[in-house]
Ligand binder design. Structure first.
Ligand code: AMP
Length: 287
């Protein structure tokens, strides 16, 4: 595995890989790797000739008072894991390398961002689409792999590549969980032992909410999440139900639904969701 620090080197390398007729799979991350990230790598290795991973804690997607400074970092461990799992090139730029000066054009995510994390973290998705546009231009991937744990991110990035006709396939990958259901996350290290015991309730709440949604409707499902999370020491940042990936009111009788929650513990804000397809006969609407 080769480590690349310069944006120019990354772009040159991508050009030369493509000139050989090889396909590039790309896994953008903020590092502190866990099995969720490595699942994306595995999908890339299986379907592309060359796999590029980036590790970049992107200051633009953190708001004031968020955890940019103390976001967990361990490059040595990350590079060993990446190599072991088949990453061919690890792109690891400094902040100044990707943002050498003021951006002369700013990107703004315009749809799918007025709910969920887009509403609770203003500007977050502007930072995400900005860094990904830069990274896509450097890596020139055929496919880029994203976790469904960040389902709104998948929806926003699909909007980015379709609006700007960026020639990359966005491949969503199922959420990888601990054996007790907790979604794997770099931020889980910031849970106290007590909070770690409580945190699996988030996924249980979402699962129960799905049943409540299908049997009774939105209000009952949201009530279910509130009841379950109130058993923990965490505070609900949001619990919401939308159509997916449009993130609109789920008024249609059929289609995909997302139930998502964010919960703030003392030092970590955790997010999780479940996405499912409602068939007309099981729908609570139109009864
Ligand atoms: P991050 O380093 O948190 O920015 O995540 C990098 C990528 O890994 C994103 O596409 C995430 O959605 C994905 N990811 C993070 N956690 C998980 C997980 N538990 N399962 C699957 N993908 C994940």
């Amino acid at each position: 595995m080769k480590i690349i620090r310069s944006a120019d080197d990354m772009q040159q390398l991508s050009r030369s890989i493509k000139s050989e007729g090889k396909t590039i799979g790309f896994v953008p991350t903020m590092g502190f790797l866990h099995e969720g990230h490595l699942q994306l790598v595995q999908k890339s290795v299986l379907s592309c000739d060359v796999t590029v991973m980036s590790i970049f804690v992107n200051p633009l997607q953190f708001g004031p008072g968020e955890d940019f400074e103390r976001y967990p970092r361990d490059f040595k461990r990350d590079s060993e894991l990446a190599e072991k799992h088949g990453v061919d090139y690890l792109f690891y730029p400094e902040v100044e390398e990707l943002y050498p000066g003021e951006l002369s054009v700013q990107l703004k995510a315009a749809t799918r961002v007025n709910v969920l994390c887009g509403a609770s973290r203003p500007g977050h998705f502007d930072g995400v689409v900005t860094v990904l546009t830069i990274l896509f231009n450097l890596v020139m991937p055929d496919k880029s792999f994203f976790g469904q744990k960040d389902a709104q991110q998948v929806a926003v990035v699909q909007g980015l590549v379709s609006s700007f006709r960026i020639p990359v396939d966005i491949v969503p990958v199922e959420t990888v969980r601990e054996s007790d259901g907790l979604a794997k996350s770099s931020r889980n290290v910031y849970l106290s032992a007590h909070e770690r015991n409580e945190a699996p309730i988030i996924y249980k709440a979402l699962t129960k909410a799905k049943t409540a949604y299908l049997e009774h409707g939105i209000d009952e499902a949201l009530q279910m999440i509130n009841n379950e999370i109130s058993k923990t020491s965490g505070l609900i940042d949001y619990a919401e139900i939308w159509s997916y990936p449009d993130l609109q009111q789920p008024v249609e009788k059929t289609g995909q639904i997302i139930i998502a929650a964010a919960v703030k513990f003392e030092r970590a804000r955790l997010i999780d969701n479940i996405i499912f397809t409602v068939e007309e006969e099981s729908s609570c609407f139109g009864q």
